[in-house]
Design a protein around this ligand. Structure first.
Ligand code: BGC
Length: 537
């Protein structure tokens, strides 16, 4: 395979530190816990880990509300633990990507504590402050993703501040050069500690419209949420003015110039805009972010039609950028339930991950995806996520995908010696790592086999992509790199499917570990949730 940057075609394993492994018996995972499980992570055949926030935080949004960008929260360990994590991961050939939440801070961050004091302190303009309208109402109609208006009144200043997320997550004012400078200094702090990359939280939310214009209303039929509940009034607007402002691109260039001072570092932006694929294309490239990722495949629809439309739309716009795909993460219902439902066989999970890993781009795989874990049903009394509590019972929030890793069938799954911060459901303990290690065709074993095989197929890692026509319920695509071309067929449905393989000679590729289809005459015959890979010309 060519010498290419590590991140192109990489499989990035997302670790949610609260829920991976507890080492000190308080029911919450931590950095030493991650270190203790690195052999497992390396055994999966992934290229990198992305560790969700572990910085000092009051944990209103479980770490996505940062009070000190340059320290580890005591709940998770120390900076020395972090340094050890980087060294231990590197020792196993794993790159380390960390989250950076640049667009907003915690309301407990010293910057905000100072800013909220008065209208004329040195940090007075570091956040987005605005006067009330004549009738006392907020300055415009912007809404918070987590429900309600996006403005919170501050009596000391007699002004409102903007929060696109929780009230405890005030938005920084990126129009202010000092804010951009201070933010980039924080990024440099972690570059100097040896990280290999960043996942940039809500990166299109850094800037807001300076004129604070109202967002227009969205017609009812278009109110489908991408990454937020459809019951949320947030879906009632076009978010033209509270995010994705033109100034953002210049900031990404500044950020890229900083990253380019360090060898082999990559940035992955989380993008959720009115047209996320277009924004992914706009935000990625040689002088911008290395990769962009969006909520496109984190929704309900995984039909071949939808996947084809998504691939077509992205490929038509992305000229020199590189996508990253995710079918699950810490913000959405687990993919085995979302796409598979209760009735899907165990191997359906493997097919879904393999399908995402066969698109052009890199992939983020969320902890537990390799086990095919279904969404956990967390009762209201145990809910932790403020988003879920606000929208219950119509939408239960994000706790169901954040329950701790079931390492074994023990009562706390060998995650902790204490009761975990969220319960591990019996359905997860029945699919524990220990049990799946012992089963030949478990999702875990198929996942490992597939990643090992994929790594040896340059076309799948770094090749171009072409759809093989409208093949109905089957997704058929070709990946090509140099002399190698692979035709891949996926059946993401619960019934067998047959499609034409085309007139050219093909050879069946073995060794991918998925439930395999067959080539019969000129036809590809696929079992439910099966796949076929052909060497083609
Ligand atoms: C993160 C969420 C978080 C939000 C605010 C996101 O997109 O993935 O978990 O709540 O940003 O920081």
């Amino acid at each position: 395979m060519d010498q290419q940057p590590w991140w192109r075609g990489a499989v990035i394993y997302q670790i949610y530190p609260r829920s991976f492994q507890d080492s000190d018996g308080n029911g919450v995972g931590d950095l030493p816990g991650i270190i203790a499980r690195l052999d497992y992570v390396a055994s999966l055949g992934v290229d990198a880990i992305w560790v969700s926030p572990f910085f000092r935080s009051p944990m209103a949004d479980f770490g996505y509300d940062i009070a000190d960008y340059r320290d580890v929260d005591p709940l998770f360990g120390t900076l020395a633990d972090f340094d050890r994590l980087v060294a231990e991961a590197h020792g196993r050939g794993l790159k380390v990507v960390i989250d950076q939440v640049l667009s907003h801070t915690s309301d407990q961050h010293p910057w905000f504590r100072e800013s909220r004091e008065s209208r004329d302190n040195p940090k007075a303009d570091w956040y987005v402050w605005a006067d009330a309208r004549a009738d006392g109402a907020p300055p415009n109609n912007w809404l918070s993703i987590f429900g309600g208006v996006a403005w919170q009144w501050e009596p000391r200043r007699r002004q409102y501040y903007l929060h696109n997320f929780l009230t405890a997550q005030p938005d920084l004012n990126f129009h202010h050069a000092d804010v951009r400078r201070a933010t980039l200094d924080n990024v440099r702090f972690w570059l100097d500690r040896g990280v290999d990359g960043f996942r940039l939280d809500a990166i299109n939310f850094c800037f807001h419209d300076r004129q604070l214009r109202d967002n227009p209303a969205k017609p009812v039929e278009q109110r489908v949420g991408r990454g937020f509940s459809p019951d949320n009034p947030y879906a009632f607007q076009y978010h033209y003015y509270n995010n994705t402002q033109p100034e953002n691109v210049a900031f990404l260039r500044e950020l890229r110039a900083l990253l380019d001072e360090y060898p082999d570092v990559a940035a992955l932006g989380e993008i959720s805009s009115e047209d996320s694929l277009a924004t992914m294309a706009e935000y990625t490239g040689p002088d911008r972010l290395h990769m962009g990722y969006s909520f496109e495949l984190l929704t309900e629809d995984f039909s071949a039609d939808f996947l084809r439309a998504t691939i077509r739309a992205l490929e038509a716009q992305m000229v020199d950028g590189w996508p990253c795909w995710a079918i699950s993460n810490h913000d959405v219902e687990r993919v085995a339930s979302r796409w598979g439902g209760d009735a899907a066989p165990a191997h359906a999970a493997s097919l879904m991950t393999a399908m995402a890993c066969s698109l052009r781009g890199s992939v983020c795989v969320y902890q537990g995806e390799e086990l095919g874990l279904p969404e956990a049903d967390v009762p209201f009394e145990l809910l932790q996520d403020p988003y879920g509590i606000a929208f219950w019972p119509n939408f239960k929030g994000r706790d169901g995908c954040r329950t701790p890793m079931p390492w074994s069938e023990a009562p706390h799954g060998d995650f902790s010696t204490a009761a975990p911060w969220l319960p591990i459901p019996p359905t997860h303990r029945a699919r524990s790592v220990a049990r799946q290690e012992a089963e030949a065709d478990s999702p875990l074993q198929r996942f490992r086999t597939f990643l090992r095989w994929r790594r040896s197929q340059a076309a799948l890692v770094e090749g171009s992509i072409q759809l093989l026509g409208d093949t109905g319920p089957v997704l058929a695509l070709q990946r090509r790199h140099g002399e190698q071309a692979i035709c891949a067929y996926f059946n993401p449905t619960p019934v067998p499917q047959t499609v034409a393989a085309g007139a050219k000679p093909h050879t069946v590729l073995e060794g991918h570990g998925l439930l395999a289809g067959e080539l019969r005459g000129g036809e590809v015959v696929l079992p439910p949730y099966g796949a076929l890979f052909l060497a083609c010309r």
